[in-house]
Design a protein around this ligand. Structure first.
Ligand code: GDP
Length: 358
């Protein structure tokens, strides 16, 4: 547990990149690792997102102690389950994005493609810091995979030719990033993480490099985004990922809560097709672990409150016309109600206005 007095929340991580460069495979590998390495009773599955607890990051990064010394102050990392820019565009918030950091996945053998550059432009516009996962290193000719090992260890066991080949590929990425105006380096050669984009060689297939990827995501966010990650105890702020009709629950919304605390019976305000929706939460729901007594018919488990950051399902009356991508606020006073109503209307007008930007 942390010695520090400031409590930090888990950073929200998104995965972007060109089609077929391995976003889904990498996310699956990360989720799989979390499930296998978590402590008994630790939850990893949320709604629309997966939680990788710090205990897991510490376990997988253990062999790296001397290279990336991390003492984690954040409780873990929250990965948005759906990769790609379509969902990312729904993670909008005033002045930026709900995402705290992004992984830009690039197939190391193919280099930058159209959607790689598009992703960078979107990240720049929303001011989201990112690191590059140079993926599919196992496809470098002659690569001998060492399953789930740190890149640093696996690299040492490769032939001189393969090591050289890897560096040529990395150099190409460095050049492509330079063309877009970024300084970039392989993570173990970066001297100043505020000035350089970090490139982490990985394989979503073999799991190589995952220890470094997780350790760097955790280390960089807790070091450089401290102010942003401070836990606020006030009303919840979130964004609607999806609107879904669920059997037995009616219309529900899947929401990423990025700040504050959301409680059962809270009044929430969000955007709808015909203006602002004000409603009272009936249930806050999480996926149910097997054999849980509080499971609803739908396979969800109702909880009393949730602290940011988290992905939850909300059931409440009047959500038929809820809008995906809308901001969501919980309100405790009349004053705040009129304030957030104004904010939401303002935000929605901007979303409609810039619908074609993603
Ligand atoms: P996405 O479109 O970016 O989500 O890409 P996918 O995760 O669906 O991967 C596209 C293809 O590349 C699939 O056939 C994957 O099995 C393969 N793939 C993904 N990651 C790796 C990797 O690290 N190594 C190898 N050899 N293949 C990979």
């Amino acid at each position: 547990m942390s010695q520090s007095t400031v409590k930090l929340r888990q950073p929200i991580v998104v995965v972007l990149g060109h089609v077929d460069h391995g976003k889904t495979t990498l996310l699956d590998k990360i989720r799989g690792t979390a499930v296998v390495k978590k402590e008994p009773g630790e939850m990893t599955q949320e709604v629309g997102a997966s939680f990788v607890p710090s205990s897991v990051i510490e376990k997988v990064a253990e062999p790296l102690r001397n290279i990336i010394p991390i003492k984690l102050e954040i409780p873990g990392l929250l990965f948005i389950d759906t990769p790609g820019h379509e969902l990312f565009s729904n993670l909008r918030k005033r002045g930026g994005s709900v995402a705290d950091i992004a992984i830009l996945v690039v197939d190391i053998t193919e280099g930058f493609q159209r959607q790689t550059t598009e992703s960078i432009n979107i990240l720049k516009e929303r001011k989201v810091p990112f690191l590059v996962a140079a993926n599919k290193i196992d496809r470098i000719p002659g690569w001998r995979p060492l399953e789930n090992q740190p890149f640093t260890i696996s690299l040492k066991s490769q032939s001189q030719n393969v090591q050289k080949s890897l560096d040529n590929y990395i150099y190409k990425l460095v050049m492509q990033l330079a063309e877009l105006g970024f300084n970039a380096e392989r993570f173990d050669r970066v001297k100043d993480f505020t000035k350089y984009i970090t490139i982490v060689p990985v394989s979503g297939k073999t799991g190589e490099g995952l220890p470094e990827l997780l350790a760097l995501l955790a280390g960089l966010t807790q070091h450089y985004l401290k102010t942003r990650l401070k836990i606020a105890e006030g009303p919840a702020k979130g964004v609607v990922l999806e609107v879904k009709e669920e059997q037995g629950l009616g219309h529900t919304i899947d929401v990423i809560i990025y700040d504050g605390i959301l409680r059962k019976n809270d009044t929430i305000v969000l955007g709808g097709l015909n203006g602002v929706i004000v409603t009272k939460i009936r249930n806050i729901l999480l996926p149910a672990p097997l054999q849980d007594m509080r499971v609803t018919k739908s396979g969800y488990r109702a909880i009393d409150e949730i602290v940011a950051a988290a992905g939850v399902k909300i059931s409440a009356p009047g959500l038929e016309e809820a809008l995906a991508g809308s901001p969501l606020y919980s309100v405790d006073t009349e004053d705040r109600l009129s304030d957030v109503t104004k904010t939401i209307l303002d935000e929605l007008s901007k979303v409609r206005f810039s619908k074609n930007d993603s």
